[in-house]
Design a protein around this ligand. Structure first.
Ligand code: AMP
Length: 287
């Protein structure tokens, strides 16, 4: 059994679980508060706090883990990063009061007080800039610290920036761009059977992630417009062309399309006489 540590709650929990299920690993948890869930014949989920996952995996209490890059880097223990899972995107940023005269990290005084729940990354970041700042460790809600007079600066996770703005803070530097990662403990892949199972898992997860931004498009197009069709929907290796039993005027063209291009592609297909256009989601994509 390969033990995979997953967030039990919080921002990453649902998406981690959804991704595994889409990749074909079905959760079978006994009871709502179960600490373990079966994920089929080869994998066992250990449900723990996101922040504890890097330590668990580094210690060998779990073989694999899914958690944020911010937490992996903060932990600082060596782990093998296998895959960027594409969700949980945020950045670890330095922020100052919006009425302060400090607009860049270079202007932060060397003896500044910085409130954060990322003391390790914060210290290292300022040290590489030649500053030994005073870190005020907090377990969350660092954005309150400047108002309480506890610190002048904070280092915290930001995605839209609205929490900072609401608290009268402004971002003055970025320490790290983060997203959820699949990590393995060192040495896990040395065993051939384990390596095969983990490689299959990575391929399955990758196929789901790749499929997310894509759609499968089908359209009936005039046979004499095939050159244009090939230009509009090149697909992965040229569109698939299927006969339509209409006496030969139309053929059906199928192709994988980038979701972002759909609007334009549909308009262009209609302009060359395309009709019967169908768009569907793709569950997995392995080129
Ligand atoms: P949790 O504390 O379990 O809710 O998980 C927090 C983790 O979710 C962080 O360590 C990040 O990896 C990730 N995350 C993604 N977006 C954000 C955000 N806007 N604010 C805080 N954490 C985020």
């Amino acid at each position: 059994m390969i033990r995979i540590a997953l967030p039990n709650k919080g921002r990453l929990a649902d998406e981690a679980r959804q991704l595994l299920e889409q990749a074909g690993l079905t959760f079978d948890a006994r009871g709502d508060r179960a600490l373990q869930a079966s994920l089929g014949d080869d994998f066992l989920a250990l449900l723990v706090r996101s922040r504890d996952i890097p330590e668990f995996v580094a210690d060998g209490a779990a073989d694999l883990g899914i958690t944020g890059l911010d937490l992996i880097e903060e932990c600082g223990r060596p782990l093998d990063q296998l895959l960027d899972l594409g969700f949980g995107r945020c950045r670890l940023a330095v922020a100052a009061r919006d009425d302060s005269a400090i607009h860049t990290v270079d202007d932060v005084p060397a003896d500044a007080r910085v409130a954060t729940s990322f003391p390790g990354l914060t210290r290292r970041y300022f040290e590489t800039r030649g500053k030994t700042v005073f870190v005020v460790p907090v377990s969350g809600a660092a954005e309150n610290a400047p108002h309480l007079g506890v610190a002048d600066y904070i280092v915290d996770l930001v995605s839209t920036g609205s929490t900072l703005r609401m608290n009268g803070l402004v971002e003055i530097g970025t320490i790290l761009a983060s997203s959820a990662r699949l990590v393995a403990r060192h040495g896990l892949l040395e065993d051939a059977d384990t390596r095969r199972l983990v490689t299959e898992l990575v391929a399955a997860l990758e196929s789901v992630i790749r499929a997310r931004g894509k759609r499968y498009l089908m359209a009936n197009v005039p046979r004499d417009a095939l050159d244009s069709v090939k230009r509009i929907i090149p697909g992965l290796s040229g569109p698939t062309i299927v006969e339509v039993m209409d006496g030969g005027r139309f053929v059906a063209a199928h192709a994988v399309v980038d979701q972002r291009d759909l609007y334009r592609v549909i308009a262009e297909l209609r302009a060359i006489g395309g009709e019967g256009i169908l768009v569907t989601r793709i569950e997995r994509l392995m080129p």
